[in-house]
Design a protein around this ligand. Structure first.
Ligand code: AHR
Length: 662
């Protein structure tokens, strides 16, 4: 998909800032904040997150299930499983679908052993099962006994073959029944496996073989990985867009995301191949499927947990236009529109309504208070406009309270974009989702992009963006400091234009270091660890220092010709509740910049001001599992003298100052 893009720039910031030094030292720049001239209000939900099941973001990521293909429903039912046998063992494994424990989940494994030696199956999880010593792990499976009286040993085995925990089960029922056990590994291992070994002669059938850490987010059984959700909570996101992205569209319509499937009982949620399984020839991931353990109910619940407004995106009758581009004829669009109506009832309807009752049955009688919904992901052309108009006609008539998010295609400035915007303006769209994946230079040189947008037209949602250190979808892209600073500079432009740009979210959110398809990503994880990239900390600094009103900022002496990159970028806001002025400044250059800060209208500054600085020695610096906070914000307090006062912005830095009037 993105590989089809033609890119204008190949220059990096390093190239640009390495321009010959100016003949004389440029004068100190001045940053003037008009503290007494409040501008537009900033949407409380301005800085959000975008979750898509890409890079093993859900299965093998946020969804804490440790067994891959637990239900044997992958097209090759033994994907993720291996036979365990020895030369002395005599036994058979077979995959069957007769008399399943759940007809919606038909396949299961039959294990028969002659009892001559241990015989069974092993699951390696999502590129290795991560186990923590001292934690409790819950094993469960649907099991029935066919014949004999064998024991079933449930073993957690380390990457080096060491036995880390074991429990032996026996006396199985002859009808399907859920069997459970807890295990306590004696050592930590990021690459363990789960073995099920039959001891003694006999035959058992097994399905839904599952292993969860007891400790999940809020300790919910069958829940989410606590460390990953904590990273999201720490961002204090204003909203969460989900479940995609291209997975909403599907490469074909029958592979689109269908939310109703994802609120069924967990074993009944029909497995779907993940479109990122096969999208990139250079990053094939044949074992990538969506089990929907993280489904729409769990998404809404997660939003509520972390204080983010839910923003579900629905298929609008179009498959991904980078793939098949399959279209639902307009005359047959009704079921898609009905899905949207039903989702509103599922999220907001009373517990007595048809779909509200399903929400209540899942454990949430109170409404989720959804206020917005997306129609389509990255669609384009007249086909999208026609379909959006059909959705809007019905949804606006029946639910004027729901803000509809439309899209402007995959690029922030091409023919598709230029076609869509005027049409969406004509249709009086509420808010248009713009996407941009480009080089850091694009972000540095587009900070004024929204200064000239129509103030009376649809609002803007910058729904997907990320600076690409090498090229779009290049597997060599790194989440380095240069990209983070470019994004921070760009976000100052969004904040200055908060009357037009009402929401923004980086993309993609998560990547499993052992199973990713797309880089850069905001947060990297492996089976046990998680770290935020420099871009993550930029997001966090904006979100946690949002403010509620824009303040005008004037920058003097910030230009640096011939470089297209300014010496400084800045935006300011007022936090009415905290009575603070928030000033955000990016210095992308290699030299510290001594500037003057003028807080016009603030006679005296209070003593406990804070500065939070995200900086690093080199633009190529990155965080990693071993050095997760190499580039991370450092906060300190200071007592500024009266305004104006001098301030030095370190090289390669993003600084947030919070100042109170005395
Ligand atoms: O973020 C990865 C992909 O980029 C999204 O699925 C899609 O919307 C965009 O093209």
């Amino acid at each position: 998909m993105k590989k089809l893009f033609l890119l204008g720039f190949v220059a990096s910031l390093a190239d640009c800032v390495a321009a010959p030094p100016p003949a004389a030292t440029p004068p100190a720049p001045t940053i003037t904040v008009q503290t007494g001239r409040p501008g537009a209000d900033i949407n409380p939900a301005m800085w959000g997150i975008f979750f898509e099941d890409i890079n093993f973001g859900a299965d093998g990521g946020l969804f804490a299930e440790l067994v891959k293909n637990r239900a044997f429903e992958f097209p090759d039912p033994m994907t993720g499983w291996m036979k365990i046998s020895t030369s002395l063992a005599q036994g058979q494994l077979s995959i069957r679908d007769d008399d399943a424990f759940d007809p919606a989940n038909p396949h299961y494994v039959r294990i028969h052993s002659e009892g001559t030696a241990h015989f069974g199956i092993s699951n390696q999880g999502f590129r290795g099962i991560g186990l923590q010593a001292g934690e409790t792990y819950d094993f469960s499976a649907q099991i029935r006994l066919l014949d004999g009286a064998p024991r079933l040993n449930i073993n957690l085995v380390g990457g080096d073959g060491a036995m880390l925990a074991s429990v032996s089960l026996t006396n199985f029922p002859s009808r399907w029944e859920k069997v459970a056990a807890e295990l306590h590994p004696k050592a930590t291992d990021p690459k363990a496996r789960l073995d099920l070994i039959l001891e003694g002669k006999g035959t058992v059938d097994c399905d839904m073989i599952s292993l969860f850490p007891r400790h999940t987010w809020k300790n919910r059984p069958v829940g989410l990985r606590a460390d990953m959700v904590q990273m999201l909570a720490d961002l204090k996101p204003g909203f969460m867009r989900f479940p995609g992205g291209c997975i909403v569209e599907g490469s074909y319509l029958d592979r689109r995301y269908q939310w109703k499937n994802t609120i069924l009982p967990v074993p009944d949620r029909k497995l779907l191949v993940n479109r990122w399984n096969y999208e990139f020839e250079h990053r094939p991931t044949p074992d990538y499927f969506q089990s929907f353990g993280l489904g729409f109910f769990e998404f809404f619940q997660l939003c509520e947990d972390i204080g983010a407004q839910p923003l579900p995106i629905l298929n609008c009758g179009m498959a991904c236009q980078f793939n098949s581009g399959e279209l639902v004829p307009l005359a047959e669009l009704q079921p898609y529109i009905q899905d949207a109506l039903d989702l509103i009832e599922f999220a907001n309807g009373p517990a007595g309504s048809l779909w509200g009752a399903k929400r209540a049955a899942l454990g949430h009688p109170a409404p989720f208070n959804m206020k917005m919904m997306g129609v389509g992901n990255e669609q384009w052309g007249p086909q999208y406009i026609e379909r959006y108009a059909a959705f809007a006609k019905v949804l606006k008539a029946q639910h004027p309270e729901i803000m509809l998010v439309t899209d402007a295609g995959p690029s922030p400035a091409d023919d598709r974009f230029n076609f869509l915007w005027p049409k969406l303006r004509e249709l009086r769209a509420d808010i248009v989702d713009e996407h941009c994946y480009d080089h850091p230079l694009w972000f540095f040189t587009n900070t004024a992009r929204y200064d000239h947008y129509d103030r009376n037209g649809p609002k803007v949602f910058m729904g997907e963006y990320a600076a690409q250190s090498v090229d779009v979808v290049s597997p060599k892209n790194r989440n380095n400091l240069e990209c983070a600073l470019a994004e921070a500079a760009y976000l100052t432009g969004l904040e200055r234009n908060a009357d037009v740009v009402r929401m923004a979210s980086y993309a993609p959110l998560f990547a499993n270091a052992d199973a990713w398809q797309w880089t850069p990503d905001l947060i990297w994880v492996d089976s046990l660890r998680v770290y935020g990239t420099p871009s993550y900390y930029v997001q966090q600094l904006f979100s946690r220092n949002r403010g509620d009103t824009v303040l005008p900022v004037e920058l003097r002496g910030a230009e640096s010709p011939p470089s297209q990159i300014q010496r400084l970028y800045a935006s300011a806001a007022r936090d009415g509740q905290a009575h603070e002025i928030i000033l955000k400044v990016v210095n992308p250059g290699t030299a510290a910049i001594a500037a003057r800060i003028n807080l016009a209208g603030m006679a005296k500054i209070g003593p406990d001001a804070t500065s939070t600085v995200l900086a690093g020695a080199n633009l190529s610096d990155v965080n990693s599992f071993d050095d997760p906070r190499k580039i991370a914000p450092v906060q300190s307090q200071f007592h500024p003298p009266a305004s104006p006062f001098p301030w030095t912005f370190p090289p390669h830095s993003f600084t947030v100052l919070r100042l109170k009037p005395e």
